[in-house]
Design a protein around this ligand. Structure first.
Ligand code: CA
Ligand code: CA
Length: 205
């Protein structure tokens, strides 16, 4: 629609004078006419360049918008790789943060790499991470929808202090500690996969 508007505007500025004065039969297509118009010198050369640049900028803009629309996060989520992240809204014990994320169709994030840790702690320092040893003491399972083998424990951790520490957190230095799941409150990053074009089509059907 917008391209059509620009095309009509440029045609009225460029083509009509050309058609009227010179070769009406050559101007059936806008794109074929530009070079002849410029060579004819019957219109303002600067105006011709302006129209061509306007059209080019619009086409490039449309292409970029289409590419970014293929995979995207909801407006208030931040993207990293092919996932979206959003801080839960309250400082809470782990199970409540987990429920917050679940209510948003997400899960508590556990970093898969040093780069992901950096991304997460830039949003907030001191976060619950999706790592627990509730099944087998000392065997921390870290997963966030997929599994991860990435670990970055502080030296001497996890130590299960006083036999109460079964949940993982990441501090502002990127290091992990195990703490009590119920005696401490902090926030967590909820994580979900980006919405793809296919997902959006499926949701509409
Ligand atoms: Ca433990
Ligand atoms: Ca500990």
């Amino acid at each position: 629609m917008m391209t059509g508007g620009l095309s009509i505007m440029c045609q009225s500025l460029l083509l009509k004078p050309y058609k009227r004065r010179q070769h009406p039969e050559d101007c059936t297509k806008f794109s074929l006419c530009i070079s002849k118009i410029i060579n004819s010198k019957i219109i303002n050369y600067t105006m011709a360049k302006l129209c061509a640049l306007l059209l080019l900028a619009f086409v490039v803009g449309q292409t970029a918008a289409s590419a970014s629309d293929c995979q995207k996060c909801p407006a208030d989520w931040q993207s990293f790789g092919d996932h979206c992240y959003k801080l839960n809204s309250r400082s809470a014990i782990y199970s409540d943060v987990e429920a917050d994320c679940k209510a948003m169709g997400a899960y508590v994030a556990a970093p898969h790499s040093f780069e992901e840790v950096e991304f997460m702690i830039a949003i907030r320092e001191y976060l619950w991470i999706n790592c627990q040893d509730t099944d087998v003491e000392g065997d921390f399972v870290c997963c966030d929808g997929t599994t991860t083998d990435y670990r970055n424990w502080i030296a001497g951790e996890p130590n299960n202090y006083e036999g109460l520490e079964d949940c993982g957190v990441v501090y502002g230095n990127g290091k992990y500690n195990d703490i009590s799941c119920t005696l401490h409150k902090t926030r967590g990053l909820c994580k979900r996969h980006v919405t793809t074009f296919d997902d959006r089509i499926q949701n509409k059907s």
